[in-house]
Design a protein around this ligand. Structure first.
Ligand code: DX5
Ligand code: ZN
Length: 224
């Protein structure tokens, strides 16, 4: 049976001076995963947090770390992120010529492997990862910044991936990231997303826990 879609908060829009508070709120809201956006200023035009931040957060929380590597040479840094406490490592298809090999390398290290694709990358480029990757992450904004507008044609990618995953009876989870909020939750849920990464719409809210609850109710409604 398909699991109810879940919310995976991205702390990219949290106060970086108080990340500990941010992860504690996510935990209190009952989430089991938190999304960590890693940017290298090369694959994307921004720099966020790195290995020492992941390691420090690891000491603060038992939340599982969904680590989104928006970096040009993921193979160079895999070990470091895994040692720092990543539970799932997502790499971008655009920088992984042999994606099945990359997935195997990550999984052999004892963590889950994810594969992400940028908005301009054709959806069928990640089909070879279905049934091999633990997760496929559809970027619904151009990676690099929180708070951007959802790119509508991402819904078509979700539909196609949902169809392929179900057809193959694969266990690969379908995640969507970028511009998810009150307006877009119903559409992405109806299009087949399993995990919804939400950054600014959670961390810019006055009450983070209430906001996550509200979004959960919207997911339930969208499934009816
Ligand atoms: C963007 C990141 C996202 C970001 C989403 O490059 O991959 O995870 O935090 O932020 P919102 O939800 O604000 O679009
Ligand atoms: Zn992300």
């Amino acid at each position: 049976m398909k699991m109810k879609p879940k919310i995976v908060p991205s702390i990219l829009s949290a106060d970086f001076g108080n990340l500990n508070t941010a992860v504690k709120s996510v935990q209190r809201a009952g989430c089991d995963w938190v999304h960590l956006d890693i940017m290298d200023g090369h694959f994307v035009p921004n720099i966020s947090m790195g290995i020492p931040v992941v390691a420090s957060l690891r000491k603060q929380t038992k939340l599982l770390f969904d680590t989104h590597l928006m970096i040009s040479e993921p193979e160079k840094y895999l070990n470091a992120f895994i040692d720092a406490g990543a539970d799932l490592v997502t790499v971008h298809i655009e920088v992984c010529p042999d994606i099945r090999k990359m997935i195997r390398v990550i999984q052999k290290k004892g963590v889950k492997a994810g594969v992400s694709l940028n908005p301009e990358t054709p959806v069928d480029s990640v089909y070879p990862a279905i049934g091999y990757a633990d997760l496929i992450l559809v970027m619904s904004v151009h990676p690099g910044f929180g708070g951007q507008k959802f790119i509508k044609y991402s819904l078509d990618k979700l539909h196609k991936l949902r169809y392929q995953i179900d057809k193959q009876k694969a266990k690969t989870v379908l995640e969507i990231d970028g511009g998810i909020n009150e307006q877009t939750i119903p559409q992405v849920v109806k299009s087949g997303a399993d995990w919804l990464v939400i950054g600014s719409a959670i961390f810019e809210a006055k009450d983070i826990i209430r906001q996550i609850d509200k979004f959960r109710n919207m997911i339930t409604k969208a499934l009816k």
